[in-house]
Each structure stands twice: as C-alpha cells, then as structure tokens.
Design a protein around this ligand. Structure first.
Ligand SMILES: *[C@@H]1O[C@H](CO)[C@@H](O)[C@H](O)[C@H]1NC(C)=O
Ligand SMILES: *[C@@H]1O[C@H](CO)[C@@H](O)[C@H](O)[C@H]1NC(C)=O
Ligand SMILES: *[C@@H]1O[C@H](CO)[C@@H](O)[C@H](O)[C@H]1NC(C)=O
Length: 235
C-alpha cells in the first residue's frame, strides 16, 4: 500500500515537474539589465549614447529586459528630492522618468532619452525640448506627467528603488545584470549579458558572436574618473 502511494506521488510529481519545465521554457528568455543613472553625470551620458545604444544595432536588445532608473545620487528628504548636479538635473531626471512613463515602448523612450543625453554631452541640454521635434514624439504626455503629480511620484519610486539596492550603489552609472552589479566593468555589460544568456538561450545572438568572454577593459581607469560618486558634493 505504502509503495503504491509513493509511486502515485512520484508520477504526480514528475507531471508537475514537466508542467513547470514547459512553462518556464515558454516564457521569453531575457537577461535583466538595469541602469541606475542621473541625467547630468558625464559618464552616464557617454555610456548611454556611445555604449548602451549599441544594443539597438546588434540585436542584443532582443535578449535584454532593460530597466532605466533616472535618479542616481539624488537624495530624498521626506518628499523633496535634491540632485547631485542641482535643480537642472532633477528637472531632466523627471523629464526622462516621464518619457519612460509616457512611452513604455523602449524603442520610443530610449530614442528620446538618447536625444537629451546627446545634448548633455554637447553641453546644450538647455535645448532638451528640441527632442520632441527631433524624435517626432508628442510633448503633451510628458508635460502632463511633469506638471501633474505623476512626475514627482515616479521620482519618489525611483528613489526607493535606488536606495534599496543591495549592495548599495557606489557611483553612477551603476549597471546590474540579473541584479548583480558590474561595478567598474560596466562598459563590458555585453559580455556579461551574453554569458548570462548562454545559460538560458537556444542560440547565440548576432551581437554576442565577436565579444570576448573574458572581461578585459583597458579604458577602465579613464571611465572611472568620469563616474559620479555617491558621496561627491554637488558642483
Ligand atoms: C564605448 O563607446 C566609445 C565611443 O564609441 C568607444 O570608444 C568605447 O570603446 C566603448 N567602450 C566599450 C567598452 O565598448
Ligand atoms: C515630513 O513628513 C512628515 C510626516 O511624515 C510631516 O509631518 C512633515 O510636515 C514633513 N516635512 C516637510 C518639510 O514636508
Ligand atoms: C571586473 O573584471 C575584472 C577582470 O576580469 C575582475 O577581476 C573583477 O572581479 C571584475 N569586477 C566585478 C565587480 O565583477
């Protein structure tokens, strides 16, 4: 009797295992990448415009679940936020948060954010609103978000998300792959993504084919000088 019950139990369990397996393999296979950043930190703008944008050209975008968190080293006191590079940065952080909210499609909001960060690099961020025309995206949803309560609420959420990082971020840009911080290796994120994808994926995406498996970034020291450290005072 006992062994019969055991057998039935084993059969039920293997069906359950099969069911779980099938369900898991049916889910889209993606690697989680998060970027914690602030809009006026030069290293963030450089990374977003010159490096992260590469994933839209080499197909890696298809295997990445990208989470942009525009808050960085800002501080939340009660419900008031102060930013490392002053009120202009708080303004643009909120504008970019509103863009993500207004256009949930990554291709759309990244295009807009890319436009703003390119202007930051050119030291022309005062003309950020030319990005509506340049991208063909409408101004109204961003205005509604910024001047309504939503913009502020989004930033408070991003504050909480950033402040609950474990381990806490030390500087921005702070990149995590499947929740693991890459720290000083952040510009090599594609190697980390491809290595992570090898465990779950069934083919090698085009963008992974010519990447080094080993992380060997030579420009690291210069990049790290441009990073914005959490304890740095605003300039
Ligand atoms: C980041 O982009 C810059 C500019 O295109 C390039 O020179 C640099 O090699 C890139 N860094 C990495 C690690 O790919
Ligand atoms: C801070 O929050 C507390 C309640 O959490 C409130 O009583 C207080 O007025 C707030 N202070 C400011 C400056 O907003
Ligand atoms: C960065 O890469 C170097 C060289 O591969 C490695 O020794 C180091 O542990 C890496 N850092 C992190 C945080 O993964």
């Amino acid at each position: 009797m006992a062994s019969c019950g055991l057998l039935r139990h084993a059969i039920v369990m293997s069906y359950l295992a099969l069911f779980i397996l099938l369900n898991v393999s049916a889910a889209p296979k993606k690697v989680k990448v998060a970027l914690y950043y602030e809009t006026l930190c030069p290293a963030c703008s450089n990374f977003m415009v010159n490096n992260l944008s590469e994933i839209f050209r080499n197909e890696l975008i298809n295997i990445i679940d990208l989470n942009l968190v525009p808050y960085g080293n800002a501080k939340l006191h009660n419900t008031t936020i102060t930013c490392q590079h002053g009120p202009d940065e708080c303004f643009l952080n909120t504008v970019e948060a509103c863009a993500i909210h207004a256009w949930p499609d990554l291709n759309e909001h990244y295009r807009f954010i890319y436009c703003i960060e390119s202007l930051v690099i050119a030291e022309q961020d005062y003309s950020w609103d030319s990005c509506f025309e340049k991208t063909g995206l409408p101004r109204k949803p961003v205005d509604d978000c910024y001047y309504g309560k939503t913009g502020q609420q989004l930033e408070v959420q991003y504050a909480k998300e950033t402040d609950s990082l474990k381990p806490p971020h030390e500087y921005v840009p702070w990149v995590t792959v499947n929740d693991r911080p890459l720290k000083e290796n952040y510009t090599d994120f594609m190697s980390y993504v491809c290595n992570a994808y090898e465990q779950i994926g069934d083919h090698t995406p085009r963008g992974c084919r010519h990447l080094p498996h080993q992380v060997i970034s030579k420009a690291k020291e210069n990049e790290m000088k441009l990073a914005c450290y959490a304890e740095e005072k605003a300039t």
